[in-house]
Ligand binder design. Structure first.
Ligand code: FAS
Ligand code: PHB
Length: 390
């Protein structure tokens, strides 16, 4: 098989990028390791920045996002005594959209056939070859064991943290930055109405908690747990009791309990790999960087990488501009690092670190009190939360 761009991974990065390239008349094939149902079974992000929504609007695939997405003009920080509302509409004049990553992925997947976006699912042993030559290729085996090879002009690694593309960068050509946090997030999904009309990020003596949602009838909640926690130690009742305690008296009164329809623990890390391009291989989304979900940046950083990568590839294929691809990594990393900083700082502010002394705890309480009383501090949080300009 021959194509112009071979994309590895049919998560949000691969699907958004694939659709944007097809819309520009560029031939694309996406090679995905698992089935479509498996991809859709992952419960991930919930908050979309304006930049992400605009990509979906540009594709004309935003009709469900517009009808089912929830527009939020603010969110809240809880410090055990009060809710500190960050009024996005007033502070920075815009909103965020609450719409599950699963639903966005579904919209993009379902539109692929009618848009000529070929996706090969359940491909195994995917490998990238000769990305530093003018004739890169991707090999893989299909479900029936047949060996396949796709020759492409460009390969895009949209294969997430555990995929092969980052590992294909020449030894010594890349630099890794990482911080692994000493805790994870135990998350549940439950078909109960949300306890509050906006998100609540809570800093409690026992640890962090987040009240989020997927719709007016489906809630998404998280509590911080030790990184080696056994999920079998967490019955639904134990989860609900601890969540109510951490969210504080107000939200606890409106908290509706119900059976969990999904329950999992996600580890937290900050991670950046530089550069995000080598030769004809571009890294996009989680294949190049990971953020702790505290700042709701993971999915949205993948979208801004897609914004830069699609612009560079359209310039390359449709205008013969070779420089555009050369500039991709520096442009994407400039925004990645600022989002890494925001996610790290909000994680530091809102979580209990096992090694923190009483002094660090007082620093957290003082910073939350400062935010509660400073429009300038709230402005800074607001402009990072809605996403810095692309
Ligand atoms: P993805 O990991 O989503 O997609 C990569 C795709 O590549 C997958 O479909 C995978 O199957 C495929 N792939 C992997 N190896 C392959 C191979 N060898 N061959 C072919 N295909 C291969 N972000 C937030 O903003 N908020 C959150 O609350 C949040 N929660 C998260 C919870 C968890 C458990 C995880 C892991 C991430 C979470 N994230 C969250 C971040 C997440 O949303 C990512 O930022 C987002 O999925 C990035 O999209 P992709 O870059 O497409 O990577
Ligand atoms: C979610 O709804 O899954 C969610 C929302 C905001 C975050 C993290 C996760 O910061």
């Amino acid at each position: 098989m021959k194509t112009q761009v071979a994309i590895i991974g049919a998560g949000p990065s691969g699907l958004l990028l694939g659709h944007l390239l097809r819309a520009a008349g560029i031939d694309v094939v996406i090679i995905e390791r698992v089935s479509a149902d498996y991809v859709l079974g992952r419960i991930r992000a919930g908050v979309l920045e304006r930049t992400t929504v605009e990509l979906v609007e540009r594709l004309g695939l935003d009709w469900r996002l517009k009808s089912e997405g929830l527009e939020h003009g603010g969110f809240n920080l809880a410090d055990g005594e009060r809710l500190i509302r960050i009024d996005l509409q007033d502070l920075v004049g815009t909103t965020v959209t609450v719409y599950g990553q699963t639903e966005l992925t579904r919209d993009l997947m379902e539109a692929a056939p009618e848009r000529g976006l070929e996706i090969i699912y359940e491909a195994s042993d995917v490998a990238i070859h000769d990305h530093n030559s003018d004739t890169p290729s991707v090999t893989f085996s299909t479900g029936d064991g047949t060996e396949q090879k796709i020759e492409a002009e460009i390969v895009c690694g949209c294969d997430g943290f555990h995929g092969p593309s980052r590992r294909s960068i020449s030894a010594g050509a890349g630099k890794t930055y990482e911080r692994v946090y000493p805790f994870g997030w135990l998350g549940i999904l439950s078909d109960v109405p949300p306890c509050h009309e906006e998100l609540i990020y809570a800093n409690h003596e026992n640890g962090f908690a987040l009240a989020s949602m997927r719709s007016e009838t489906r809630s998404r909640y998280y509590i911080q747990v030790p990184v080696d926690e056994d999920i079998n130690d967490w019955s639904d009742d134990r989860f609900w009791d601890e969540l109510a305690l951490r969210l504080g008296p107000g939200p606890a009164e409106t908290l509706v309990r119900g059976p969990s329809i999904e329950k999992s623990i996600a580890p937290l890390r900050s991670f950046v790999f530089e550069p995000m391009r080598e030769g004809r291989l571009l890294l996009v989304g989680d294949s190049a960087h990971i953020v702790p979900p505290t700042g709701a940046k993971g999915l949205n950083l993948a979208a801004s990488d897609v914004h830069y990568a699609s612009a560079a590839l359209v310039a390359y294929f449709n205008k013969g501009d070779n420089d555009a691809i050369a500039g991709y990594s520096a442009k994407a990393l400039a925004r990645v690092w600022k989002a890494e900083r925001f996610s790290w700082s909000l994680t530091k502010l809102m979580h209990r670190f096992p090694d923190d002394s009483p002094f660090e705890r007082e620093m957290q309480r003082a910073e939350l009190d400062y935010i509660a009383n400073s429009r300038a501090a709230q402005m800074s949080i607001a402009e990072n939360y809605i996403g810095l300009p692309v």
